[in-house]
Design a binder for this molecule. Structure first.
Ligand code: MLT
Length: 308
C-alpha cells in the first residue's frame, strides 16, 4: 500500500480521498515548517502533498528514498526544487485550475481596493476621523488594464475586467494574438503594456524569464499615475524601486498579496500610504482550498496506484 505524507495545512478532503483510494496517509502539517524533522521522516513515503509552506530542497529530496510524486495543492511550484526532483525521477504535479477563479477575484478586489483606498478609508473611519475629502479615488470604467501573463488566472481576470468595462491589453509571449483575443484582450509587447496601462496586474509564474519583470527600468517606463497589482509572486517586482516610485508619486498605488520574502514581516513597501497589502491570500477561499485538496489527492492517487 503506498504511503503519503501531507506536510502542509490541506483540507481534510484530501486525507479522506487518499484513504478511500486505499492509500495510507499521515497528516502532519507541522512538518512544513520543520525541515530537519521532514528530512528525518520523508524516507518512509511514496508521495508528499504540500501547499506553500513546505520547501522541498535537495536535502529533503536526498533523504526521500521512496518518493515518487510531490503534489502541490495550488499552482506555483517554486517551493519545490524541480531540477533536484527530476534528477531523482520524482514527478512534481500541481493543480492549475483549482484556485484560478479565487486568485483572479482577489486581484480584482485588490484593484478596487487600491483605486478607492478602501483599507485606509476603513481604518480612518474606524478611528472616528470621517476624512471624507481625503480619499478621492478613480473609476475602473474605461481604464486600460495591462495583464502580464494571460494564462488561466490572467484569463479570468481579463473576463472580469471586461465586465467592468475596462480595456484589456496583455503581454504574454507564450500565446498567439488570436488566443489572447479569445480571452478578451489585445496582445501587446511589454513596453507597450507599460506605456499604456492605468492598472497593471501580474499573473505569471516565477521563472527565470519573469523574475524581476517589473524591474527598476521597466517600472520607469510605466505611465505616471499607474496602479500595480501583484497576486502572483513577489520576485516579479523590484520592491525597492516600486517603493521609491510610490514615494515620488509616479506610481499612484500598489496592491500586493505577495512579497520577495515570505512570510513578510519587514518590507520597503510596508507603511506607505497608497499601498494595500494582504498576506498571500490569493488562494484563500474555502472553495479554492476544497478544489485544490480534492484535485491533488485524486491526481496523486491515480499516479501512485496506476502510474497515470
Ligand atoms: C498558488 O500558487 O497556488 C498560490 O500562490 C496559492 C498559494 O500558494 O497558497
Amino acid at each position: 500500500m503506498p504511503k503519503v505524507l501531507v506536510s502542509d495545512k490541506l483540507s481534510e478532503t484530501a486525507v479522506q480521498i487518499f484513504r478511500d483510494r486505499g492509500i495510507e496517509v499521515d497528516f502532519r502539517p507541522e512538518l512544513g515548517k520543520d525541515k530537519d524533522k521532514l528530512a528525518e521522516v520523508i524516507g518512509e513515503y511514496d508521495g508528499l502533498a504540500i501547499r506553500s509552506a513546505t520547501k522541498v530542497t535537495p536535502t529533503i529530496l536526498e533523504a526521500a528514498k521512496n518518493l515518487k510524486v510531490i503534489g502541490r495543492a495550488g499552482i506555483g511550484t517554486d517551493n519545490v526544487d524541480k531540477a533536484a526532483a527530476s534528477k531523482k525521477g520524482v514527478i512534481v504535479m500541481n493543480t492549475p485550475f483549482g484556485n484560478m477563479v479565487t486568485t483572479a477575484e482577489h486581484a480584482i478586489a485588490m484593484m478596487f481596493a487600491v483605486a478607492r483606498q478602501i483599507p485606509e478609508a476603513s481604518a480612518s473611519t474606524h478611528a472616528g476621523k470621517w476624512e471624507k475629502s481625503k480619499f478621492m479615488g478613480v473609476e475602473l470604467t474605461n481604464k486600460t488594464l495591462g495583464i502580464i501573463g494571460i494564462g488561466n488566472i490572467g484569463g479570468v481576470v481579463a473576463d472580469r475586467a471586461r465586465g467592468l468595462k475596462m480595456k484589456v491589453i496583455a503581454y504574454d509571449p507564450t500565446l498567439s494574438e488570436e488566443k489572447i483575443a479569445q480571452k478578451g484582450a489585445e496582445k501587446v509587447d511589454l513596453d507597450t503594456l507599460l506605456a499604456r496601462s492605468d492598472f497593471i496586474t501580474l499573473h505569471t509564474p516565477l521563472i527565470d524569464a519573469t523574475r524581476n519583470i517589473l524591474s527598476r527600468e521597466n517600472l520607469g517606463k510605466t505611465k505616471k499615475g499607474v496602479r500595480i497589482v501583484n497576486c502572483a509572486r513577489g520576485g516579479l517586482v523590484d520592491e525597492a524601486a516600486l517603493a521609491e516610485l510610490l514615494q515620488s508619486g509616479h506610481v499612484a498605488g500598489a496592491a500586493l498579496d505577495v512579497f520577495a520574502e515570505e512570510p513578510a514581516t519587514e518590507n520597503p513597501l510596508f507603511g506607505l500610504p497608497n499601498v494595500v497589502c494582504t498576506p498571500h491570500l490569493g488562494a484563500a477561499t474555502s472553495e479554492a482550498q476544497e478544489n485544490v485538496a480534492l484535485q491533488v489527492a485524486e491526481q496523486m492517487s491515480d499516479y501512485l496506484l496506476t502510474g497515470a
